[in-house]
Design a protein around this ligand. Structure first.
Ligand SMILES: *Cc1c(COP(=O)(O)O)cnc(C)c1O
Length: 391
């Protein structure tokens, strides 16, 4: 990897790593019969969509803008449109018509939203271009300590609880959706599905149940492309659902698609002595360019580094914003660092470009692609106008 000639800060998407993830996902699709979608909220660098569209069934969107992006950009090589799925806790009256026109699946978060928008979606559904579903809440938490990422946490607004479901699926509803996981393996999915299957049994097409269910969507949060993920287990579960209920099964991971498939390249601008570790002032920022570092929080992997005090020279990595807490973490190195050195943060394709901001008037990092032949192309450059235009 030769990142010495690019302007920093820059996100660099690693096309080879992306393709390797996509091959794993395509293999799961082929062996299980599941349909896998890219959750754009994690990764929407659309210059890579032609590559992703070669492998996956489509995309899922959090609203009109993501759906439009998918509709415009997510095509396979033949130019054929792939599936567009859209879920939003509440849809705007002035957006729903366009969303229905460009979406293949639309998922509502409440019966009141479903009924409020019925005249619009029924029209598209009668024409056969749209399939409508409901997001349910299996009320089964599988994560501890991260309530902000747990749609099953008490008081959650996401998904309809069984106690709020009608006796039968409302007319026109063809699918059920749940999304409850975050960065998890197969076991929590299995437990959640078992719970869902028990609780929502009356809606599933079996034993003479009167239901029009045609598909279920198991949401995202599946770390399918991690080496230790139990893919065989996932394949078996999808096959079981398809065999038993004769319905389509969708998965919509975001992270898994571009996991470990990108870097954030930054330059050391200054080194400030403190009573603790010396601080490297970088031309990037946790708050602006990797907000999950502060929100999640987590410590991003950094190439050729160790934990604090593990290697000879330890520094606190921070940024050129005025926020005291804009700290990425403490890292150690074999060699002393100098002004002008470059550092490479890893696993920076997901939840980075889609979440960045220009707080402090910080410039947005360029977006580059590391091609399979090791050449690097810059696909996006940003400047003052991008800052000014938002304010
Ligand atoms: C966030 C989200 C996803 C993708 O989640 P990942 O953790 O990135 O896999 C999928 N579906 C819904 C409804 C989501 O909110």
């Amino acid at each position: 990897m030769n990142f010495t000639n690019i302007k920093t800060p820059a996100y660099v998407i690693d096309e080879k790593r992306l393709r390797e993830n996509l091959e794993i996902l395509a293999d799961v699709q082929r062996k299980s019969g599941a349909k896998i979608l890219l959750a754009q909220k994690a990764f929407s660098a659309y210059s890579t969509y032609p590559l992703i569209a070669k492998y996956l069934t489509g995309t899922t969107s959090s609203g009109l803008f993501e759906a439009k992006l998918a509709h415009e950009e997510f095509h396979d090589e033949a130019g054929d449109k792939k599936e567009v799925h859209t879920f939003e806790p509440a849809f705007c009256d002035d957006e729903i018509e366009e969303i229905c026109e460009i979406s293949d699946h639309l998922v509502f978060n409440s019966i009141s939203q479903l009924e409020h928008h019925r005249p619009v979606w029924e029209n598209a559904s009668d024409k056969g271009t749209l399939s409508v579903g409901l997001r349910v809440n299996p009320e089964y938490s599988t994560q501890e300590g991260h309530e902000i990422y747990d749609p099953c946490a008490p008081g959650s607004r996401l998904g309809i609880r069984l106690c709020d479901m009608p006796q039968k699926l409302p007319k026109g509803v063809k699918g059920l959706h749940f999304h409850t996981l975050c960065e998890q393996g197969f076991e929590p999915l299995k437990e959640t599905f078992d719970e869902f299957e028990k609780k929502f049994a009356r809606f599933l097409p079996i034993d003479g149940n009167e239901t029009d269910l045609e598909w279920i969507n198991l949401g995202g949060g599946h770390h399918i492309t991690k080496p230790d993920y139990d893919r065989e287990g996932l394949i078996e579960l999808v096959k079981y659902i398809k065999d038993k209920y004769q319905i389509d099964v969708y998965l919509e991971p975001g992270e898994a698609i571009a996991l470990d498939a990108g870097y954030l390249v930054t330059t050391v601008m200054d080194i400030v002595k403190t009573e603790k570790y010396p601080v490297l002032i970088l031309d990037t920022s946790a708050a602006c360019h990797m907000p999950d570092v502060l929100e999640m929080p987590y410590r991003p992997p950094l190439k050729d580094s160790g934990e604090a005090d593990e290697k000879a020279f330890t520094y606190r990595l921070s940024s050129r914003t005025c926020l005291a807490g804009d700290v990425i973490g403490d890292y150690s190195f074999d060699n002393e660092k100098s002004i002008g050195d470059r550092l490479i943060f890893e696993d920076m394709a997901i939840y980075s470009m889609v979440k960045n901001n220009t707080f402090n008037g910080m410039p947005l990092p360029d977006i580059c692609i590391l091609k399979e032949d090791e050449s690097i192309i810059t696909v996006k450059k940003f400047g003052y106008k991008d800052f000014k235009d938002r304010l």
